[in-house]
Design a protein around this ligand. Structure first.
Ligand code: ADP
Ligand code: ZN
Length: 611
């Protein structure tokens, strides 16, 4: 039989249809046209070059930034029956020699390398003798100094391709969509009239929510306790916070590991491996963790602090639910996060650029908006979207915008009067104490009890006054200066003197049960010959199948999701296949995997339904 992209998709990857955009990119690559594919994290970039690699004669080279993950990527492909290899400094010399021999014999369809490899003399020699129809560049934004993860070694890729005797087709992939990064990728890699394709950025299985708890630690512990059966990532803004949060979680009996740039290579590698192989449930990390991580069963991503842009947020949050099953992306926001983000920008090499400030203000907008969160994100990426998605905290919760104009005016006038009296601005605590009418030593020392605004909000409590100050910050009416004092901005005049109104979001969190269940669109498959399938307890079966999977993974020394993803196991538990053909119709079960493990799963199912 002559292979085509559909039979390859079915046989090696076990899927019936391509996702949005995949097919166009694959067709372009097969027609020999350079491509630039822009898809969100988890959107399915890898298939776009893996499927062509299996159809083209010769060897496809994949350039990827993270050596530590190559092995897992290659292991996952081999599980699918794809002849793949990698060359990295992690190989022993025997393994290296064996790989070179395999390359010489044309044994592989895909070879993963780090960009540095392209420069070494020995690899150049090898390369000159190989037939390479396609080079795929993963995380291509690393070539741009304007992107978030610039890597100088990526600059070597373009010249290396140009130096090849016979120029291969070049396909670049990234999740970063800004024009300047896109332009850089095309220039630096020397793409020729590339087909550019931006797929939809929506990830419908991700649930988005923002919470502003009074106590983040408590909230986090609660969220994690509700998710004990899943694994996930907790992102923190600084290394110190990572240490603190990880320590807290361990003390409370969670199986957490940590990752940030201040740790030894060993601890980092150990943490990553423990998480990847499901030995640790929770990864607490700075944004140093995650690029290129291909762990498909991440059930939630919780942000303990607000990131500096929607781009960064969506990339990090997008690491949840890559296998397509429901996953949660929850951001714990407090307005001190905005101050922290601002502080980090101020301390960056050249200070914050206009664009940085712009990105930060969009991010803050996300944290204080009452509109659909998914819509807000998609709008940021320039994508059309319905007004409400029905699967985010703002669509499902009971958020209300409160008019707080009078309270805002009172607070602003207090800030103004303190400044007038002292000649400088003071920190937020002193403002709050003054408004509450608390005669603290600082308030007394500055004579603030004499102000007409002293005690103006004594009918409220500290949390409520703080919420008003947060609203001033969120609405751009005030900001924190470099001495951590709160100062009014020009915008304040509009509210103080020109009748502009101020609103504040009051969040009421959605109950879990209110959340939309994505039960629709599951293939129906209820053979009448087997009555009782409807009576099968799929949750119990799922647990049993998970145990089979764990056993197989341990024997093969691969992460469990490499055997089958969670969503594949869930489908299996619901579809209850008993024959070979039925098994093959489960999404995610390809021929190779069915051959390899199918029997063990079918046997377990048979045992189960006979119970
Ligand atoms: P990216 O590299 O874009 O972040 P991946 O290539 O890792 O995303 O794909 C994410 C997940 O989606 C993987 O688990 C992959 O198996 C799955 N996937 C990719 N394409 C399809 C498809 N056509 N149908 C079903 N699942 C797919
Ligand atoms: Zn929504």
């Amino acid at each position: 039989m002559h292979d085509d992209k559909y039979s390859i998709l079915r046989r090696y990857f076990g899927y019936d249809s391509f996702r949005q955009g995949q097919e166009k990119l694959i067709d372009a690559i097969l027609a020999g046209r350079d491509c630039l594919g822009i898809m969100p994290t988890g959107g399915g970039k890898s298939l776009c070059y893996q499927v062509p690699a299996l159809l083209l004669d010769g060897l496809t080279i994949v350039v990827t930034p993270l050596i530590s993950l190559m092995n897992d990527q290659v292991a996952a492909l081999r599980e699918n029956g794809v002849a793949a290899a990698c060359i990295s400094s992690a190989l022993s010399s025997a393994e290296y020699a064996e790989t070179l021999r395999g390359l010489g014999e044309g044994r592989y369809k895909l070879l993963y390398i780090a960009p540095e490899r392209l420069e070494t003399a020995s690899f150049k020699n090898t390369l000159a003798r190989l037939d390479v129809p396609l080079i795929a560049v993963d995380e291509a934004h690393c070539v741009s100094q304007w992107g978030p993860d610039f890597r100088p070694s990526y600059l070597k890729i373009g010249p290396a391709i140009a130096a090849m005797r016979c120029r291969p087709t070049v396909a670049a992939f990234t999740a970063t969509a800004t024009d300047i990064v896109r332009g850089d990728i095309i220039d630096m890699l020397g793409l020729r009239d590339p087909m550019q394709l931006v797929t939809g950025f929506d990830r419908p299985n991700l649930y988005f929510e923002v919470r502003s708890p009074a106590n983040k630690n408590q909230e986090l512990l609660q969220l994690l306790a509700e998710r004990r059966d899943r694994s996930g990532i907790v992102y923190c803004g600084t290394r110190a916070t990572v240490d603190k949060v990880c320590e807290l979680l361990r003390r409370r009996g969670f199986n957490a590991v940590r990752y940030h740039a201040g740790l030894s290579d060993d601890e980092r590698a150990g943490a990553q491996e423990a998480f990847q192989y499901d030995k640790a449930d929770i990864m607490v990390a700075t944004n140093a963790f995650g690029m290129g991580i291909d762990k498909s069963n991440v059930g939630y991503v919780i942000h303990y602090n607000m990131p500096k842009s929607i781009d960064a947020y969506y990339q990090e949050a997008g690491r949840a639910g890559r296998d397509g099953s429901d996953a949660d992306c929850i951001l714990l926001y407090s307005s001190s996060d905005a101050a922290l983000a601002m502080h980090l920008l101020n301390n960056s090499e050249n200070g914050p650029s206009e664009a940085d400030l712009d990105r930060l203000s969009y991010m803050r907008g996300y944290c204080s908006t009452a509109v659909c969160l998914r819509g807000y994100i998609l709008g940021y990426f320039g994508q059309e979207h319905p007004e409400r998605c029905g699967n985010c905290g703002n669509c499902n919760g009971d958020n209300k915008m409160l008019d707080i104009t009078i309270a805002a005016q009172q607070a602003m006038s207090c800030i103004q009067r303190i400044k007038k009296r002292l000649g400088y601005n003071v920190g937020r605590k002193t403002v709050v104490d003054t408004l509450l009418g608390a005669s603290t030593p600082k308030v007394l020392e500055h004579g603030l009890t004499e102000l007409s605004t002293f005690g103006l909000m004594s009918h409220l409590d500290a949390a409520q006054v703080n919420a008003v100050l947060d609203a001033l910050l969120d609405n751009g009416l005030a900001q924190m200066n470099e001495y951590r004092a709160i100062v009014l901005t020009q915008k304040a005049a509009g509210v103080l003197y020109h009748g502009e109104r101020v609103q504040m979001l009051r969040r009421v969190y959605a109950e879990r049960s209110q959340r939309r269940r994505r039960a629709a669109a599951k293939p129906v498959f209820r053979p009448s010959a087997r009555s009782g399938v409807d009576g099968v307890d799929s949750a119990a079966l799922f647990e049993r199948l998970r145990r089979v999977r764990a056993e197989i993974a341990r024997e093969a020394a691969v992460p469990a999701y490499v055997v089958f993803s969670n969503s594949t196991l869930q489908e299996m538990a619901e579809l209850v296949p008993v024959t070979w053909d039925e098994l093959l119709s489960v999404p995610g079960v390809g021929e190779k995997k069915a051959e390899r493990y199918g029997r063990q799963f079918l046997e377990e199912i048979a045992r189960f339904i006979r119970l």
